[in-house]
Design a binder for this molecule. Structure first.
Ligand SMILES: [Zn+2]
Length: 101
């Protein structure tokens, strides 16, 4: 009987652990959802203004907001364009080449 109780205790501890992990994952995903909402509705920050540290800029390829501290950025005259990933940056550069040619 004692081992049966221990098994229940193990199960409870495991369940609590899994719930904790799920909550952590949930809290990780929550901020991105808020960003998506603000990008859809609210007024977007003007990209022409010089970006400060920790500011968010809009990725023109996939439309998501990215930190201006990320290394994936491209300077176009006064404006700098920011990307979430190298893939988006390269896609943007390819699009520019298509326009130029
Ligand atoms: Zn992107």
């Amino acid at each position: 009987m004692g081992s049966f109780l221990l098994e229940i205790l193990d199960f409870v501890i495991l369940a609590l652990f899994v719930m904790g992990v799920l909550r952590k994952i949930g809290s990780l995903f929550r901020p991105t959802r808020i960003n998506v909402r603000t990008s859809m509705g609210g007024p977007s920050p003007s990209p022409s203004s010089s970006p400060h540290r920790g500011e968010m800029a809009r990725d023109p390829i996939c439309g998501m907001f990215v930190s201006t501290e990320l290394p994936y950025q491209l300077n176009r005259g006064k404006d700098s364009v920011h990307f979430c990933s190298r893939e988006c940056l390269e896609k943007f550069q390819k699009d520019l080449e298509h326009v130029a040619s």
